[in-house]
Ligand binder design. Structure first.
Ligand code: ATP
Length: 206
């Protein structure tokens, strides 16, 4: 579903990603981990076609729903206006049952600017599903959330339909263990570990 081979990415003069190779199969839920600055967001942007690699190949077999890091829904729109707009752009319609699925029923008419960080993240997660993408890519969806909202975010991600491929960037070891069987760990722009989250102390490769 996502195939990356011998990927090198340069930003300005710096080589940020070095010889990255991995394969994600349809329906896999894969965590992308690594310390700050390891290259997770650069890899995610490359997969989304937002950064042109120096060399190597990326092939993506399907449509992507992408939630970038540290973004916010349009502050001038209400929750319903924002989600209707995003779904419209993707040729889809936002149905009311999605408000309850994402815990937004009481916030339908609130301005996005007035939501807490946790609620903004839920609105963005709801937006990711517009157009029924085959692949969901989430860049640190629970960063900055309190433990309760983190748990809720994990539950929402776990509820994603089987068969949808998920790539989720996170620092959170319990989140990695809870959500995914497979983890890719980056260290200084290289893969330091790729494999199961069930075996060994994979977090030593951070
Ligand atoms: N536009 C840019 N200009 C210069 N350097 C950049 C740019 N974008 C990323 N980098 C550098 O690339 C490296 C990897 O950054 P990236 O954001 O991909 O890491 P990350 O693993 O996502 O980090 P974090 O967990 O902090 O989000 C860092 O050293 C960063 O400073």
């Amino acid at each position: 579903m996502i195939n990356v081979s011998n990927l090198f990415v340069k930003i300005k003069k710096d080589l940020i990603l070095k010889n990255i190779t991995f394969n994600i199969e349809k329906g896999d839920v894969v965590a992308l981990a690594g310390q700050n600055g390891a290259g997770k967001s650069t890899l995610i942007k490359s997969i989304n076609g937002l950064i042109k690699p120096k060399s190597g190949a990326i092939s993506v077999n399907g449509t992507i729903g992408f939630m970038p890091e540290s973004t916010t829904p349009d502050p001038k729109l209400t929750v319903s206006e924002f989600l209707s707009y995003i779904y419209y752009l993707r040729g889809d319609s936002f149905t009311p049952d999605l408000y309850s699925k994402f815990g937004l029923v009481k916030k339908i008419d609130s301005l996005c600017s007035q939501l807490s960080k946790g609620l903004k993240q839920r609105v963005l997660l709801a937006a990711v599903f517009a157009g029924n993408p085959d692949i969901i890519i989430l860049d640190e969806p629970s960063a900055g959330l309190d433990p309760q909202f983190q748990l809720e975010m994990i539950q929402l991600i776990k509820a994603i339909d089987k068969g949808v491929t998920v790539l989720i960037s996170t620092h959170n070891i319990s989140e990695i263990k809870e959500l995914s069987k497979k983890v890719i760990i980056l260290r200084n722009g290289e893969i330091s570990y790729i494999g199961s989250t069930r075996e060994g102390n994979f977090y030593e490769y951070f």
